[in-house]
Write a protein that binds this ligand. Structure first.
Ligand code: PLP
Length: 481
């Protein structure tokens, strides 16, 4: 007697339907009522215990699985979809994007390769990214997990193109004149991880002291390139940042592009924060020159508010991009008919299987149109300048750094305190706000000055939230002092 065959499909589709409707209804309420819940709260011990239970051997009714999730997971989010989340640098998600992730999973397709609609949507979203940035149509691109991976893709192509040898075959050890990459000391940490991962070592990345406005010092860059050439290195790539994490500084892209062209150096732009400013009518001038880059990293899960994860790498020279990753073993050979035709998307990055992360971006871009996303970027920048005004007017507060785009660096300063005390007081303000779940901001040090940092990348923030932040900073500051 053979064993009865099993499947993961339910016995009873009607009860699945009922549960699914309930989940969607509750998800809509959860999103609608986000402002009424604490932004964050500490997880009690029971919750932590539940979430470290060992792998279940037997079944649990899916209704119970959902009930446990509703009790132990949904009340304890990171907080970034809340209107007063301004920590680190993240988008605030959107419901349509969540439906996109759901439907992508329903379709269940693998976007590594093949001739199917999802693959075309993925390519279409890459094309839309090029169009939004004014990047040439002939460029190539790929959707990846996020900005860090997008930067790795760009820097890998840069390394291979600048190595002077077949680095795929011979490896980095065979590079005759060691490669040098340049950026400011405000570079995101992912670039050091990238050059380390690429086998070049962290010393291949020269982080040059930034100007007072936190942009890359071009004179220092020119000097570094000259020094390195004289010392037998190959100046390979300048990494310009369009929107730094600390202060939102945007490097002088036009001058760097010209320098790279003259010196025959790869020009990469880390546009994880700022590349999409290209669609914002009031501010797009700030990222002029972006379109001259040899490669760009951008991050739709930031200013397009796509649910995590989705980043995008664009490379001007299509063949250079594909040449860095293309490898087709027999079992992945394309055919001339049937499913195994279509574009081999795994030729543009390090993944073989790829998810349908394009759909969430595709759906919300159509629902709202690019112009709306551009206006929302302008709105966040306007809000940051409004917050700066409030801080400058407010007693006991000072700006630590002049606001450029959507990042505000400020601090509570009652006057008679040392730098050390100011750090303790302001850090306590930040932590108390987080712990009471009223707002989330981070801290940083800019040019040796400790400060609180507000990064407004949030389509739910309204001016009243910023007025609240100012009042709450002063209230907590006075209480702590
Ligand atoms: C966010 C960010 C990154 C990293 O992107 P992830 O999507 O978090 O991987 C890189 N560079 C800058 C400037 C960023 O703001």
């Amino acid at each position: 007697m053979p064993k009865p065959e099993e499947t993961l499909d339910p016995q009873d589709w009607d009860s699945l339907r009922a549960l699914s409707h309930k989940i969607v209804d509750e998800a809509i309420d959860y999103t609608r009522d986000i402002r009424d819940r604490p932004l964050w709260r500490l997880m009690p011990k029971e919750v932590r215990e539940t979430l470290s239970a060992p792998v279940p051997a037997g079944p649990t009714d899916i209704e119970d699985v959902y009930a446990s999730l509703a009790k132990n997971i949904l009340p304890y989010p990171m907080g970034n979809i809340h209107p007063r989340f301004w920590m680190w640098y993240m988008g605030s998600s959107n419901f349509t994007g969540a439906l996109g992730d759901f439907l992508a999973a329903i379709l269940g397709s693998n976007l590594g390769t093949g001739d199917h609609a999802a693959s075309l949507v993925d390519q279409q979203v890459v094309d839309w990214c090029k169009q939004m940035l004014g990047y040439p149509d002939s460029a190539s691109g790929t959707l990846v997990s996020g900005g860090s991976m997008a930067n790795i893709i760009g820097l890998t192509v840069a390394r291979n193109e600048m190595a002077g040898i077949d680095v795929r075959k011979l490896g980095v050890g065979a590079i005759k004149k060691p490669l040098r990459f340049y950026g400011s000391d405000q570079l995101h940490s992912c670039h050091q991880i990238a050059v380390e991962t690429l086998g070049l070592g962290s010393q291949s990345l020269r982080k040059l002291p930034s100007n007072d406005d936190c942009t890359l010092d071009i004179d220092a860059l020119i000097t570094a390139i000259e020094q390195d050439r004289a010392a037998g290195f190959t100046p390979a790539c300048v990494i310009a940042t369009a929107g730094t994490v600390n202060t939102g500084a945007i490097d002088d892209l036009i001058s760097i592009a010209a320098l790279c062209e003259k010196e025959k150096i790869w020009f990469h732009v880390d546009g994880c924060i700022g590349a999409l400013i290209a669609i914002a009518p009031e501010n797009k001038i700030r990222v002029a020159g972006l379109e001259k880059a040899d490669s760009i990293a951008l991050d739709p899960h930031k200013w397009l508010h796509a649910p995590f994860e989705v980043g995008c790498a664009l490379v001007r020279d299509h063949d250079a991009h594909r040449g860095a990753f293309r490898l087709t073993p027999e079992y992945l050979e394309p055919s001339t008919r049937g499913i195994a035709t279509g574009k081999a998307m795994f030729d543009y990055g390090v993944q073989t299987s790829r998810g349908f992360r394009a759909l969430k971006v595709w759906m919300s871009l159509q629902e709202h149109g690019v112009e709306k996303f551009g206006r929302l970027i302008d709105q966040n920048i306007r809000q940051a300048h409004y917050l700066q005004q409030l801080i400058k007017k407010g007693p006991l507060l000072e700006m630590a750094f002049e606001t450029n785009i959507n990042i505000v660096c400020y601090r509570f300063n009652p006057g008679n305190k040392s730098e050390g005390d100011l750090k303790i007081i302001n850090s306590e303000i930040m932590l108390q706000m987080q712990e009471t779940g009223v707002a989330a901001i981070s801290d940083t040090t800019v040019h040796n000055r400790y400060c609180l940092r507000v990064a407004i990348n949030n389509h739910r923030t309204i001016s009243e939230d910023l007025e609240f932040l100012v009042r709450e900073t002063v209230r907590l500051g006075n209480k702590i002092v």
